[in-house]
Design a protein around this ligand. Structure first.
Ligand code: SF4
Length: 374
């Protein structure tokens, strides 16, 4: 038990101190490349012997980024850019910026102007990614990025190194998925904050190191009997749900996260790269297999079907839609999702949060009421 606590606390410490992690990497003489969401091919960075560093914003009040983005842009971009302008990412050799949503399309330009000491690697991939032409386009872009990463690393990335990176990332994805299942069945040991931070830590660590630490936690949890779930079981869905305030409100209300469809969490690690094909093609093809994120083109709204399936499979009492404020892709998905879940008889609550929020009383009231309804 104390060993689990020790390892969960270590993951928490890492998740809560990204700058210290970056300093450690730099002091070891390694190079690091920032990775802004979503789904950038960071395996190329790992394969080049450098360290990818996740940049999903932070719980902070912004000042500088308001000169570049209007106040009504999402907090992930605001806070990431703000920290960049304030020098919080000094030492990164570059930053990968995908062009996934409309707001992200302006990020590269804003970053180039506001953070002159950290060059940008644009990451384009096909929105219509499942057709052959889409896959071919994505593959061609990833090959271009491979060249840019090689230039920064000062060495070539061999196919063997990239295949190994895919293997390392797949191993990490499997361990993360296993952890979400074990955390749900051991909710008295793994708090909702433990769960979120243990997953978040992977963005600031070499993935093999994260896998090793998480595996120790998983093995110990697996050796313990599963608990009888006391509280209400929910599935969370959205872009990101690591707000400490939100998690503590859910914890106090006795909710257990039985599964999630959060892009920052399971959506990112449910899809594996095919280890039997060309490693760049495998990266492009993995994008085809990623489901459940509003930022990827999904005309049939398969996200909602998957959400209902996840909720049914884990016996959830309801779904919590964690809407990132000012996120258009999430807002567009909400209405069809609500209709589908209503038809399936699955209750859903939508709450709106962002990383600059200080008052959660409305969220608390909504969550407590939802618990009473369930
Ligand atoms: S998808 Fe939403 S949360 Fe993510 S960058 Fe775009 S607007 Fe912001």
């Amino acid at each position: 038990m104390s060993e689990i606590r020790k390892n969960l606390d270590e993951l928490k410490r890492i998740a809560e101190s990204p700058r210290a992690q970056l300093d450690r990497v730099l002091s070891e003489g390694k190079k690091a490349i920032g990775v802004i969401p979503y789904f950038a091919p960071e395996e190329l960075v790992y394969a080049a012997g450098m360290v990818p560093f996740g940049m999903w914003g932070a719980e902070t009040q912004v000042t500088e980024s308001k000169r570049y983005y209007p106040a009504f842009y999402c907090s992930i971009l605001h806070t990431a850019l703000d920290l960049g302008i304030k020098g919080e990412f000094r030492g990164l050799s570059a930053v990968m910026i995908p062009l996934t949503c409309d707001s992200l399309k302006g990020m590269g330009t804003n970053w180039r102007f506001g953070v002159k000491d950290i060059p940008v690697i644009d990451v384009a991939y096909a929105q219509n990614r499942t057709i052959p032409a889409g896959e071919e386009f994505t593959e061609s872009q990833f090959k271009k990025i491979r060249g840019q990463v090689e230039e920064i690393a000062g060495c070539k990335i061999s196919d063997k190194a990239l295949s190994e990176a895919n293997r390392v990332y797949n191993a990490n994805r499997k361990e993360c998925l296993r952890f979400t299942e074990l955390a749900a069945s051991h909710a008295r040991i793994v708090s909702l904050t433990d769960r979120a931070l243990a997953l978040k830590a992977r963005y600031f660590m070499e993935r093999d190191a994260h896998t090793e630490l998480l595996r120790k936690v998983n093995d110990e949890l697996a050796a313990m009997p599963a608990e009888q779930v006391k509280g209400k079981k929910i599935v969370t869905t959205g872009i990101i749900a690591d707000s400490p305030e939100l998690l503590s409100i859910l914890q106090e209300s006795g909710f257990v996260i039985a599964a999630d469809q959060i892009t920052h969490e399971s959506v990112d690690f449910r899809a594996l790269a095919d280890e039997t094909i060309d490693p760049v093609k495998a990266l492009a093809r993995r994008l085809n297999d990623i489901k459940g994120s509003s930022v990827l083109y999904d005309p049939a709204k398969g996200r909602n079907t998957e959400l209902a399936q996840i909720a049914k499979a884990c016996g959830a009492d309801g779904v919590l839609w964690v809407l990132t404020k000012f996120c258009d892709p999430e807002e567009f998905d909400y209405v069809p999702a609500k209709e589908m879940l209503d038809a399936a008889g699955i209750p859903m609550l939508q709450i709106e949060i962002d990383q600059q929020m200080v008052n959660y009383e409305q969220v608390r009231t909504a969550i407590e009421t939802f618990k009473d309804i369930l």
